[in-house]
Design a protein around this ligand. Structure first.
Ligand code: CA
Ligand code: CA
Length: 317
Protein backbone atom coordinates (compact mmCIF):
# COMPACT_ATOMS: atom_id res chain seq x y z
CA UNK A 1 0.00 0.00 0.00
CA UNK A 2 2.79 2.38 0.81
CA UNK A 3 4.58 4.16 -1.93
CA UNK A 4 6.49 7.32 -2.37
CA UNK A 5 5.39 10.49 -4.03
CA UNK A 6 7.61 10.03 -7.04
CA UNK A 7 4.64 9.37 -9.26
CA UNK A 8 3.07 12.72 -8.69
CA UNK A 9 3.23 15.05 -11.61
CA UNK A 10 3.98 18.70 -11.50
CA UNK A 11 7.13 19.16 -9.49
CA UNK A 12 7.17 22.68 -8.18
CA UNK A 13 10.19 24.90 -8.16
CA UNK A 14 9.90 25.86 -4.52
CA UNK A 15 12.66 25.80 -1.96
CA UNK A 16 13.20 22.98 0.46
CA UNK A 17 13.10 25.24 3.46
CA UNK A 18 15.49 24.38 6.29
CA UNK A 19 12.86 24.98 8.94
CA UNK A 20 12.20 21.39 9.73
CA UNK A 21 15.61 19.90 10.09
CA UNK A 22 16.76 19.27 13.62
CA UNK A 23 14.96 16.96 15.95
CA UNK A 24 14.01 18.16 19.39
CA UNK A 25 13.94 16.33 22.68
CA UNK A 26 11.64 13.44 23.28
CA UNK A 27 8.45 14.14 25.15
CA UNK A 28 5.65 12.33 26.84
CA UNK A 29 2.85 11.92 24.40
CA UNK A 30 -0.55 12.59 25.86
CA UNK A 31 -3.65 11.44 24.12
CA UNK A 32 -7.23 11.49 25.24
CA UNK A 33 -9.99 8.98 24.77
CA UNK A 34 -13.45 9.91 25.96
CA UNK A 35 -12.10 12.45 28.40
CA UNK A 36 -9.79 9.93 29.97
CA UNK A 37 -6.18 11.03 29.93
CA UNK A 38 -3.70 8.43 28.78
CA UNK A 39 0.00 8.31 28.34
CA UNK A 40 2.00 7.29 25.35
CA UNK A 41 2.37 3.77 26.64
CA UNK A 42 -1.37 3.34 26.35
CA UNK A 43 -1.92 4.80 22.92
CA UNK A 44 0.35 4.11 19.99
CA UNK A 45 -0.06 6.98 17.51
CA UNK A 46 0.62 4.55 14.73
CA UNK A 47 -2.22 2.23 15.66
CA UNK A 48 -5.03 2.06 13.11
CA UNK A 49 -7.37 -0.76 14.10
CA UNK A 50 -10.10 0.16 11.61
CA UNK A 51 -7.66 0.39 8.72
CA UNK A 52 -8.82 3.77 7.44
CA UNK A 53 -5.24 5.13 7.48
CA UNK A 54 -6.10 7.54 10.29
CA UNK A 55 -4.22 6.72 13.50
CA UNK A 56 -6.04 6.56 16.79
CA UNK A 57 -4.48 9.88 17.82
CA UNK A 58 -5.73 11.48 14.61
CA UNK A 59 -9.19 10.01 15.03
CA UNK A 60 -9.40 11.52 18.52
CA UNK A 61 -8.70 14.96 17.10
CA UNK A 62 -11.26 14.50 14.33
CA UNK A 63 -13.77 12.99 16.72
CA UNK A 64 -14.10 9.93 14.55
CA UNK A 65 -14.25 6.31 15.65
CA UNK A 66 -10.95 4.48 15.92
CA UNK A 67 -12.76 1.21 15.33
CA UNK A 68 -15.06 2.07 12.42
CA UNK A 69 -13.61 3.26 9.13
CA UNK A 70 -16.95 4.91 8.31
CA UNK A 71 -17.91 6.55 11.58
CA UNK A 72 -21.26 7.95 10.42
CA UNK A 73 -22.19 4.90 8.29
CA UNK A 74 -22.93 6.90 5.16
CA UNK A 75 -20.87 4.73 2.84
CA UNK A 76 -17.86 7.05 2.70
CA UNK A 77 -14.86 6.38 4.91
CA UNK A 78 -13.59 8.95 7.38
CA UNK A 79 -10.55 9.46 5.17
CA UNK A 80 -12.62 10.00 2.04
CA UNK A 81 -14.78 12.55 3.83
CA UNK A 82 -11.67 14.32 5.05
CA UNK A 83 -10.38 14.45 1.49
CA UNK A 84 -13.68 15.58 0.02
CA UNK A 85 -14.62 18.14 2.64
CA UNK A 86 -17.69 16.61 4.21
CA UNK A 87 -18.22 15.75 7.86
CA UNK A 88 -17.27 12.19 8.77
CA UNK A 89 -19.60 12.64 11.75
CA UNK A 90 -22.85 13.35 9.94
CA UNK A 91 -24.62 10.92 7.62
CA UNK A 92 -26.46 13.95 6.26
CA UNK A 93 -23.26 15.12 4.65
CA UNK A 94 -21.98 13.02 1.78
CA UNK A 95 -19.58 14.01 -0.99
CA UNK A 96 -21.35 15.13 -4.17
CA UNK A 97 -18.83 17.32 -5.96
CA UNK A 98 -17.97 16.08 -9.46
CA UNK A 99 -14.50 17.63 -9.29
CA UNK A 100 -11.87 15.07 -10.35
CA UNK A 101 -9.61 15.96 -7.42
CA UNK A 102 -10.22 17.05 -3.87
CA UNK A 103 -7.81 17.71 -1.03
CA UNK A 104 -8.39 17.96 2.71
CA UNK A 105 -5.98 18.44 5.58
CA UNK A 106 -5.60 17.73 9.28
CA UNK A 107 -2.75 17.17 11.72
CA UNK A 108 -1.74 15.45 14.92
CA UNK A 109 1.23 15.33 17.24
CA UNK A 110 3.77 12.59 16.76
CA UNK A 111 6.67 11.27 18.77
CA UNK A 112 9.89 13.08 19.64
CA UNK A 113 8.63 16.60 19.11
CA UNK A 114 7.23 15.91 15.68
CA UNK A 115 3.97 17.03 14.14
CA UNK A 116 2.26 15.12 11.38
CA UNK A 117 0.50 17.16 8.73
CA UNK A 118 -1.92 14.93 6.84
CA UNK A 119 -3.00 15.66 3.29
CA UNK A 120 -5.88 13.52 2.07
CA UNK A 121 -6.46 13.47 -1.68
CA UNK A 122 -9.45 12.01 -3.50
CA UNK A 123 -9.28 11.56 -7.25
CA UNK A 124 -11.40 10.09 -9.99
CA UNK A 125 -8.55 10.39 -12.49
CA UNK A 126 -7.67 7.04 -13.97
CA UNK A 127 -3.94 7.73 -13.74
CA UNK A 128 -2.68 8.91 -10.34
CA UNK A 129 0.17 10.59 -12.18
CA UNK A 130 -2.38 13.02 -13.58
CA UNK A 131 -2.92 14.51 -10.15
CA UNK A 132 -1.08 17.78 -9.70
CA UNK A 133 -0.34 18.56 -6.08
CA UNK A 134 1.20 21.64 -4.59
CA UNK A 135 2.35 22.27 -1.03
CA UNK A 136 3.54 25.21 0.99
CA UNK A 137 3.52 27.11 4.23
CA UNK A 138 2.53 30.59 5.21
CA UNK A 139 4.43 32.43 7.93
CA UNK A 140 3.50 35.97 8.78
CA UNK A 141 2.69 37.32 5.34
CA UNK A 142 4.99 35.12 3.31
CA UNK A 143 4.00 32.13 1.26
CA UNK A 144 6.78 29.59 0.90
CA UNK A 145 6.36 26.80 -1.62
CA UNK A 146 7.44 23.34 -0.60
CA UNK A 147 8.71 21.34 -3.52
CA UNK A 148 7.16 17.96 -4.18
CA UNK A 149 10.66 16.57 -3.80
CA UNK A 150 10.91 17.99 -0.28
CA UNK A 151 7.46 16.68 0.60
CA UNK A 152 8.27 13.25 -0.79
CA UNK A 153 11.43 13.01 1.30
CA UNK A 154 9.65 14.04 4.48
CA UNK A 155 6.49 12.02 4.20
CA UNK A 156 4.92 8.64 3.76
CA UNK A 157 2.06 8.01 1.37
CA UNK A 158 -0.67 5.41 1.33
CA UNK A 159 -3.16 4.71 -1.42
CA UNK A 160 -6.49 2.93 -1.32
CA UNK A 161 -9.76 3.08 -3.19
CA UNK A 162 -12.65 5.38 -2.48
CA UNK A 163 -16.33 4.61 -2.28
CA UNK A 164 -17.49 2.49 -5.19
CA UNK A 165 -13.95 1.50 -6.01
CA UNK A 166 -13.84 3.87 -8.96
CA UNK A 167 -11.72 6.50 -7.28
CA UNK A 168 -8.42 6.72 -5.48
CA UNK A 169 -7.66 7.96 -2.00
CA UNK A 170 -4.17 9.11 -1.11
CA UNK A 171 -3.02 9.97 2.37
CA UNK A 172 0.23 11.90 2.52
CA UNK A 173 1.65 12.11 6.03
CA UNK A 174 4.24 14.89 6.26
CA UNK A 175 6.41 14.86 9.38
CA UNK A 176 7.82 18.16 10.60
CA UNK A 177 9.41 19.44 13.79
CA UNK A 178 7.11 21.22 16.21
CA UNK A 179 9.86 23.49 17.57
CA UNK A 180 10.14 25.84 14.56
CA UNK A 181 6.38 26.17 14.41
CA UNK A 182 6.36 27.18 18.06
CA UNK A 183 9.21 29.59 17.38
CA UNK A 184 7.35 31.10 14.44
CA UNK A 185 4.29 31.72 16.62
CA UNK A 186 1.89 30.73 13.88
CA UNK A 187 2.21 28.74 10.73
CA UNK A 188 -0.20 27.49 8.13
CA UNK A 189 0.39 24.56 5.81
CA UNK A 190 -1.51 24.45 2.58
CA UNK A 191 -2.05 21.92 -0.15
CA UNK A 192 -3.56 22.38 -3.58
CA UNK A 193 -4.75 19.85 -6.11
CA UNK A 194 -5.53 19.96 -9.78
CA UNK A 195 -5.10 18.05 -13.01
CA UNK A 196 -1.56 17.87 -14.36
CA UNK A 197 -1.06 20.14 -17.30
CA UNK A 198 -4.28 22.04 -16.79
CA UNK A 199 -2.62 24.76 -14.77
CA UNK A 200 -5.66 25.25 -12.61
CA UNK A 201 -6.07 24.53 -8.92
CA UNK A 202 -9.36 22.77 -8.35
CA UNK A 203 -9.17 22.18 -4.61
CA UNK A 204 -7.19 23.55 -1.70
CA UNK A 205 -7.09 23.26 2.05
CA UNK A 206 -5.03 24.52 4.95
CA UNK A 207 -4.07 23.41 8.42
CA UNK A 208 -3.08 26.07 10.91
CA UNK A 209 -0.93 25.97 14.01
CA UNK A 210 -0.54 28.57 16.73
CA UNK A 211 1.74 28.95 19.70
CA UNK A 212 -0.77 29.73 22.45
CA UNK A 213 0.99 30.42 25.70
CA UNK A 214 3.80 28.04 24.81
CA UNK A 215 1.39 25.30 23.77
CA UNK A 216 1.26 24.22 20.15
CA UNK A 217 -2.34 24.18 19.11
CA UNK A 218 -4.08 23.00 15.99
CA UNK A 219 -6.75 25.44 14.88
CA UNK A 220 -9.83 23.68 13.61
CA UNK A 221 -12.40 25.84 11.90
CA UNK A 222 -15.21 26.05 11.27
CA UNK A 223 -16.57 23.95 14.11
CA UNK A 224 -18.39 20.81 13.24
CA UNK A 225 -19.87 18.07 15.39
CA UNK A 226 -17.22 16.08 17.16
CA UNK A 227 -16.80 13.94 20.23
CA UNK A 228 -18.39 16.51 22.49
CA UNK A 229 -15.97 19.28 21.68
CA UNK A 230 -18.47 21.31 19.76
CA UNK A 231 -21.72 20.33 21.42
CA UNK A 232 -23.70 23.40 22.34
CA UNK A 233 -21.56 25.80 20.40
CA UNK A 234 -24.69 27.64 19.27
CA UNK A 235 -24.22 31.34 18.74
CA UNK A 236 -20.48 31.12 19.05
CA UNK A 237 -20.22 29.85 15.50
CA UNK A 238 -18.35 30.57 13.42
CA UNK A 239 -15.20 30.31 15.42
CA UNK A 240 -12.01 28.42 15.85
CA UNK A 241 -11.35 25.45 18.04
CA UNK A 242 -7.95 25.23 19.60
CA UNK A 243 -6.81 21.65 19.98
CA UNK A 244 -3.64 21.56 22.08
CA UNK A 245 -1.04 19.22 20.65
CA UNK A 246 1.54 17.65 22.94
CA UNK A 247 5.02 18.68 21.98
CA UNK A 248 8.29 18.71 23.82
CA UNK A 249 8.94 19.57 27.46
CA UNK A 250 9.85 23.17 26.70
CA UNK A 251 6.25 24.19 26.30
CA UNK A 252 4.30 21.02 26.35
CA UNK A 253 0.68 20.36 26.88
CA UNK A 254 -0.70 21.45 30.25
CA UNK A 255 -1.17 18.63 32.71
CA UNK A 256 -4.76 19.69 33.23
CA UNK A 257 -5.70 19.63 29.58
CA UNK A 258 -8.31 17.14 28.49
CA UNK A 259 -10.35 16.61 25.37
CA UNK A 260 -13.03 19.22 24.79
CA UNK A 261 -11.24 22.05 26.55
CA UNK A 262 -11.21 24.69 23.91
CA UNK A 263 -11.07 28.39 23.22
CA UNK A 264 -13.35 29.92 20.64
CA UNK A 265 -12.15 32.87 18.66
CA UNK A 266 -14.08 34.93 16.18
CA UNK A 267 -12.24 37.03 13.68
CA UNK A 268 -13.07 39.40 10.88
CA UNK A 269 -10.95 39.92 7.78
CA UNK A 270 -9.39 43.38 7.68
CA UNK A 271 -7.10 43.01 4.68
CA UNK A 272 -6.70 40.61 1.79
CA UNK A 273 -3.60 40.13 -0.31
CA UNK A 274 -4.17 37.28 -2.74
CA UNK A 275 -4.81 34.16 -0.71
CA UNK A 276 -3.40 35.76 2.46
CA UNK A 277 -6.07 37.23 4.67
CA UNK A 278 -5.30 39.43 7.66
CA UNK A 279 -7.80 38.79 10.41
CA UNK A 280 -8.60 40.79 13.53
CA UNK A 281 -9.83 38.90 16.56
CA UNK A 282 -13.16 40.38 17.60
CA UNK A 283 -14.01 38.00 20.42
CA UNK A 284 -12.36 35.12 22.20
CA UNK A 285 -13.45 33.10 25.17
CA UNK A 286 -13.45 29.68 26.70
CA UNK A 287 -16.83 28.06 26.70
CA UNK A 288 -18.45 27.62 30.08
CA UNK A 289 -17.96 24.13 31.31
CA UNK A 290 -15.07 23.57 28.95
CA UNK A 291 -12.67 25.99 30.55
CA UNK A 292 -10.50 23.65 32.57
CA UNK A 293 -7.80 24.72 30.21
CA UNK A 294 -8.09 28.15 28.70
CA UNK A 295 -5.06 29.34 26.78
CA UNK A 296 -3.70 32.36 28.66
CA UNK A 297 -3.70 34.40 25.49
CA UNK A 298 -7.25 33.46 24.54
CA UNK A 299 -9.17 36.48 25.84
CA UNK A 300 -6.12 38.71 25.58
CA UNK A 301 -6.05 38.08 21.85
CA UNK A 302 -9.05 40.33 21.18
CA UNK A 303 -7.96 43.19 18.99
CA UNK A 304 -4.87 41.42 17.74
CA UNK A 305 -4.38 40.53 14.12
CA UNK A 306 -2.95 37.56 12.37
CA UNK A 307 -2.65 36.41 8.80
CA UNK A 308 -3.65 33.13 7.32
CA UNK A 309 -4.59 31.56 4.02
CA UNK A 310 -8.00 31.50 2.44
CA UNK A 311 -8.20 28.21 0.50
CA UNK A 312 -10.58 29.81 -1.94
CA UNK A 313 -7.86 32.34 -2.67
CA UNK A 314 -5.48 29.52 -3.48
CA UNK A 315 -7.96 28.25 -6.04
CA UNK A 316 -8.20 31.71 -7.49
CA UNK A 317 -11.68 32.62 -6.32
CA1 CA B 1 -8.14 4.51 12.04
CA1 CA C 1 -18.70 8.44 6.48
Amino acid sequence: MRRCLAGYAGRLAGSGIPLFGAAVAAFALVAVVGGERRLAADVDPGTDPDGDFLSNVQEQILGTSANQADTDHDGFSDLEELARGTSPLSANQIPTSPSPVHVGMTAHAGANGKVHVLVAVHSTLANPGDIQLGFGVQMQRRLITLSNTWVASNSTSQVTTGAGGQSLLHLIDIEVDAAPILAAGQLTFYATAGVAGAGTVLSADTVRFLNVGGVLVLVMAPPRPSNGQQTGVGSLQPGSIYVPLPTDGSGGIPATWSSGEVCFQRSSPVAINGPIVTQEVVSASCVEGWDGYCPPTCTASVGSTYSTIDPIGLIGG
